[in-house]
Design a binder for this molecule. Sequence first.
Ligand SMILES: [Zn+2]
Length: 232
Amino acid sequence: MEIFKKIYKTYTEVVFPPTCVCCGSSTNSDENSICSLCRGKRFESAGLARKEILPQSAAFIYTMWFFDKGGYLQDLLHKLKYHFMRGVGIELGYLLGKDFLHQQSTEELKYIDDLNPVIIPVPLHVKKRRKRGYNQARALAEGVSRSTGWTIIKKGAIKRVRKTKTQTGLTLEERSKNLKGAFQVKEPKLVLNRKCVVVDDVFTTGATTFELAKTLYEVNEVSSGILTVARA
Ligand SMILES: [Zn+2]
């Protein structure tokens, strides 16, 4: 059986050489969907956001790359959201976690490592999740967990209880109003005395991640860290 698998794999690689899901160029290893250029140098590193923009409920925001409007990254994140690409999400999350561990100053790392960290993917409303087939933030969270060793919160422990209008074109104030009360912690004991790390794909104005951090803060009185793949 193994030999057939091997022949099939070689055949498909010759006929359909593996290509990068992001830029479309051929990849040298079928283990990664994202080529080494896209993983490494194609996008501008973002790092920590300015502390001045942080509300009390957020300890820091760390982002892997700057958003490239109209570019490869925007396209990739769109596909991740709507094309059910769980594997790619895990891969990106893995890179994000690794990037945070390698590039981060000890201050933020220490903050997280202090108190049994737990990863919180931004929840989708159940209707939206059913429509899309999955929550891309949970796939990212799985990847972050693999590279950092932190645990992920149990499914359903935090819910998006209110359907919200699309955020596009709204100001930060309008977005915050739109999201007010959108999340609910269903199992408070899972976040008590723990540092939460909120994971999402894109950080735009922060309305979504800040509302989630605020909801968590109301339960555990601990500021959360925020990790995102891209920042606008
Ligand atoms: Zn690429």
